[in-house]
Design a protein around this ligand. Structure first.
Ligand code: CDP
Length: 214
């Protein structure tokens, strides 16, 4: 069983993916961490994320340990991630890892939950269930702002909102694997829902979808 969850920044993909993975006993892959790790590698080497050669070299040299680096969570790295993610060679370098994870999840799990931007459209177009989360930009920025504050990082709401809007625009308008719902994705607007309600709605949708398939 593969569950694909896509959507823009701060929409609650990670929280939902973790809960669904625990509930169905599936492995979870947060694919944004891969692009963040590439962005971080480029920044640390003093390179420019817009430089396709630097980005491709970083993508070809990723290590599992890179995915656990706490520095991945910063907004500077998110911005670099979205710049490298628009480059074909970077997406190509990360494709097999993601597809293999979905096909043969670690620990012999019976399936996987992948969250990202192009899971339902490019990485796992045959996923049994595709969810596309949306929420108003102001709500997403507020969540992100509160998350940064809770971690003790200085944050300005207006700045967080502007960063999210720039990143969404880049992700939705790029020429490759643009952020968009698959034709058969089920959309959930999380603007006015807490994590429990989003989880319930997702379970409902999954049940309806798998009953129809079965
Ligand atoms: O946590 P948040 O939703 O803010 O971002 P993320 O999921 O960690 O993704 C960071 C960036 O990586 C995004 O802005 C996208 O540009 C890129 N990304 C992508 O292109 N494709 C994916 N499957 C996942 C992330």
């Amino acid at each position: 069983m593969i569950i694909a969850i896509d959507g823009p920044a701060g929409v609650g993909k990670g929280t939902l993916a973790r809960r669904l993975a625990a509930h169905f006993d599936l492995q979870h892959l947060e694919t944004g961490a891969l692009y963040r790790a590439v962005g971080l590698r480029v920044l640390r080497s003093g390179g420019d994320p817009h430089d396709p050669i630097a980005a491709a070299a970083a993508a070809g040299d990723l290590h599992v340990a890179d995915l656990a680096d706490p520095a991945l969570r910063s907004d500077e790295v998110a911005e670099a991630a979205s710049v490298v993610a628009a480059q074909k060679s970077v997406r190509q370098a990360l494709l097999d890892f993601q597809r293999n994870f979905a096909k043969s999840p670690p620990g012999n799990a019976k399936g996987a939950v992948l969250d990202g931007r192009d899971i339902g459209t490019v990485i796992c177009p045959d996923a049994e269930v595709k969810l596309f989360l949306v929420a108003r930009p102001q709500v997403r920025a507020k969540r992100r702002y509160e998350e940064l504050r809770a971690r003790g990082e200085p944050a300005i709401y207006a700045r967080v909102l502007a960063d999210i809007e720039i990143r969404d625009r880049r992700d939705a308008n790029r020429g490759i694997a643009a952020l968009k719902p698959a034709d058969d994705a089920i959309e959930i607007d999380t603007s006015d829902l807490d994590a429990d309600r989003v989880f319930e709605k997702a379970l409902d949708a999954i049940e309806r979808r798998t009953r129809r398939l079965g």
